[in-house]
Design a protein around this ligand. Structure first.
Ligand code: CMP
Length: 514
């Protein structure tokens, strides 16, 4: 028997031609249906090629009747089996299962292939008369060597399986390990690959991933993938935060920005106050984590233009040293300026129309400037009254509690209106809560100064009592839903009652002198 006769006989024994024919057909199918699997397909075909290469060797040994023939023939058979396992696994995991909607993690495929290869090797070796299990069981040194060398690998395999099973990391997730973040591209049997935005791939052994803390970016249970980003900017703190925030909100919410979630909406917040500027952040939710810097940049551009439109410059590092020479003239000029501002504030309040210039100047001296931010409570229902408030800019809303934690709006107050007189004039607690709905600038008049004015100008008490009655009835209407007739009756009664109370409270004589 010649070499080629031997090789042919060997091929016949192993069914090589039929097997290779089927493998080639399967390989073509895999190549067409799953072009990404090229490297693994090449691996499978390599085993087949090794099998073919060993056939003439086995044939020659067989022809010469040499004893090594048995081992070479076994190895050729193992190569053939590995080719079959590799390509069959590709056909199953990369072509058939995805067709029915089943995606299998890479690590599972690798394990199945490895297990199948191991079992096949054992079976083929046993059939050929080799006792491998006995060999491993009896050879302590061999067992120790295999055990030690597989220790790390097995740790990684188990860790990879654990990661897959508890779904802590999946392909496509964005994770951050230490300072590096990226998208998980593969969880293999040894390591997990993470592709960074800088076109790098970080390979993390599975056991390291399992043992250490890492962040899964943008993930929250039962919520879409969103990642909150902060875009910082600084504005000189001479510009009111509410104006800055309003301008930025308007700009980022008016038209959608690519990769910025509409819900939750972007939010501008004042993060800190520094030496000469306020530090702001625009917080927004990024929908595609691959586009962090470009989206930050688009958001920053919006902010820049919004502030330009609002006439608010971004702050430049500034250190201002104010050197002012204090002199009696300067002090005098400053106090004149302030007195004028207060006089203006009083001039806007028609309640004090009839006061003489002298009375008004006295009153102005007791005023205190009190600005409030939007949303702040200026006075709270049920609290003790210390001040009368004159609004010089902004708008506030008067709310009264309508029971069961509900509040009802009774009125809105603007520049030129005053409030807080009810409690000051009757000695009662605050009858309503007043809340700023824009930034509000007020002057506060303290209780004693206000009461002095009333004592000296009793006719003011009458004017205020009238207004007081109207306001009080409006409060009762809000609380009790009164009709027009009841309202009129209440108004007359309230006016009489309040005037009496105001007079008694201030110890003023009644009109009849009694
Ligand atoms: P006071 O009760 O001291 O504190 C709450 C203030 O809200 C109250 O004084 C009034 O000045 C003001 N207020 C109450 N009801 C009205 C109303 N109907 N219209 C305008 N202001 C009101």
């Amino acid at each position: 028997m010649g070499i080629w006769d031997g090789a042919l006989a060997e091929a016949r024994d192993d069914g090589s031609f039929a097997v290779l024919g089927v493998l080639l057909a399967a390989a073509v199918l895999v190549r067409i249906a799953a072009p990404d699997e090229g490297p693994r397909l090449r691996g499978g075909l390599m085993w087949a090629a090794l099998h073919l290469a060993l056939l003439p060797v086995a044939g020659a040994l067989r022809a010469d009747g040499l004893p090594a023939y048995r081992e070479v023939s076994l190895v050729a058979l193992v190569f053939e089996a590995l080719a079959v396992i590799g390509i069959a696994a590709l056909l199953l995991f990369a072509v058939l299962l995805p067709r029915v909607g089943v995606q299998t993690p890479r690590i599972l495929r690798d394990l199945v292939v490895a297990a199948a290869a191991l079992v096949t090797c054992f079976v083929l070796a046993s059939r050929a008369g080799l006792n491998i299990s006995g060999l491993i069981a009896t050879s302590t040194v061999l067992t120790a060597v295999i055990g030690l060398s597989l220790q790390d690998t097995l740790g990684n395999v188990m860790a990879g399986l654990a990661l897959q099973m508890d779904e802590s990391v999946q392909v496509g997730d964005w994770i951050k390990v230490g300072d590096v973040s990226g998208r998980v591209s593969e969880v293999g049997w040894r390591a997990t690959s993470v592709e960074t935005r800088n076109w790098e791939t970080m390979v993390i052994p599975n056991s390291v991933l399992v043992r250490n803390t890492f962040l899964v970016l943008g993930r929250r249970s039962a919520k879409p993938v969103l990642w909150r980003r902060f875009v910082y900017f600084n504005v000189d703190f001479r510009y009111p935060p509410s104006d800055v925030i309003a301008a930025v909100h308007e700009a980022v919410r008016a038209a959608p920005l690519e990769h910025v979630a509409g819900e939750p909406a972007p939010q501008c917040v004042l993060m800190d106050l520094h030496d000469s500027y306020g530090q702001y952040a625009l917080r927004y939710w990024l929908t595609d984590l691959a586009f962090d810097d470009p989206t930050d940049s688009a958001v920053r551009t919006r902010i820049y233009f919004a502030l330009r439109r609002a006439g608010i410059p971004l702050s430049i590092p500034a250190q201002a040293v104010f050197l002012t020479q204090e002199s009696p003239e300067r002090r005098e000029a400053k106090s004149r300026e302030e007195a004028e501002r207060r006089r203006q504030a009083l001039a806007h309040v028609d309640l004090f129309d009839h006061l003489s210039d002298e009375d008004r100047a006295r009153l102005a001296a007791s005023l205190r400037y009190a600005p409030f931010a939007r949303g702040e409570v200026l006075t709270r229902q049920g609290e003790e009254a210390l001040w009368l408030y004159l609004i010089v800019a902004g708008e506030a809303v008067v709310r009264v509690s309508a029971g069961e934690g509900m509040e009802r709006e009774v009125a809105r107050l603007k520049a030129g209106n005053f409030f807080g007189e009810m409690a000051l004039m009757t000695g009662a607690l605050r009858s309503a809560t007043v809340v700023a709905i824009t930034d509000v600038e007020c002057y506060r008049l303290d209780k004693a100064a206000f009461q002095d004015v009333i004592r000296e100008r009793p006719e003011l008490a009458e004017r205020i009592a009238e207004l007081l009655a109207r306001r009080r009835v409006a409060l009762e209407t809000a609380r009790e839903n009164l009709d027009a007739e009841a309202l009129q009756r209440r108004l007359t009664a309230a006016q009489r009652d309040l005037l009496g109370r105001v007079r008694r409270f201030f110890g003023l004589p009644s009109p009849s002198g009694s």
